[in-house]
Design a binder for this molecule. Sequence first.
Ligand code: ZN
Length: 276
Amino acid sequence: MSDFSKLAINQFTTLHRWSLTQAIEGYARNGVHAMGIVRDKLQEVGVREARRCLDAHDMTVTCYCIGGLLTDSDPDRFRVNLNETRRAIDEAAEIGAGCLVFVAGGLPEGSRDLPAARARCLEGLAEILPHAREAGVSLALEPLHPMICAFRSCLSTLAQANDWIDALGAGPELGIVVDVYHVWWDPDMERGIERSAGRILSFHVCDWLMDTTDLRLDRGMMGDGVIDIRRIRRLVEAAGYNGYREVEIFSERNWWRRDPDEVVAIAKARYLSDVI
Ligand code: ZN
């Protein structure tokens, strides 16, 4: 029998066609028992119903997406996102998520001051970490591809994520997501993964399409693009990571339009192939 015990599917992969309960049921029906949960989708059904459905289907929650966006120079907006992140930490605890994925945020509106945005995010992290520690939830910094630095994440590389963790002197309450889509291009990726040893909380897979039409929402299925996923998987394993390989595909033009059962079946087939 094929072994899918390390396969997880992030709910973003079936974002539009399945609600949270449909996704839990759908993944379980296809023999996948680990998933990442999207915050908006959890809020549609509520924590209690989600918890019930997760338990009924023996579903492990790998990660909860997302918290963060703490780069705003406007104190009120900064505070709003800080409070949202606090709430996301509490929800992650309630659904037993392995970690809360932390996305840094881009430049505040009208700003050209990237160093200030980064410094602001570090301040926000310092402020939120005690809450994460108390809740027993780890924050997982996800460096995102530099093409989306302006509007989504001023945290772009594994080196930077490690620098931030070092600067904060954080313990296990702060770790890293290695997402192949965001790190594959980096000439220092190998060193970045080595340096992340003991800090990798989540490993996301998909592919970079040669003819990509959108910086965020046109990801490919593993094997359809140019990323040497297997090599990166071996690097994270060499760094001590032994957890799930989580399929996370944002795909406006293709996968979000397909029947989710078919998407899951294809993801499983690729998982078993030699691309991962
Ligand atoms: Zn990811």
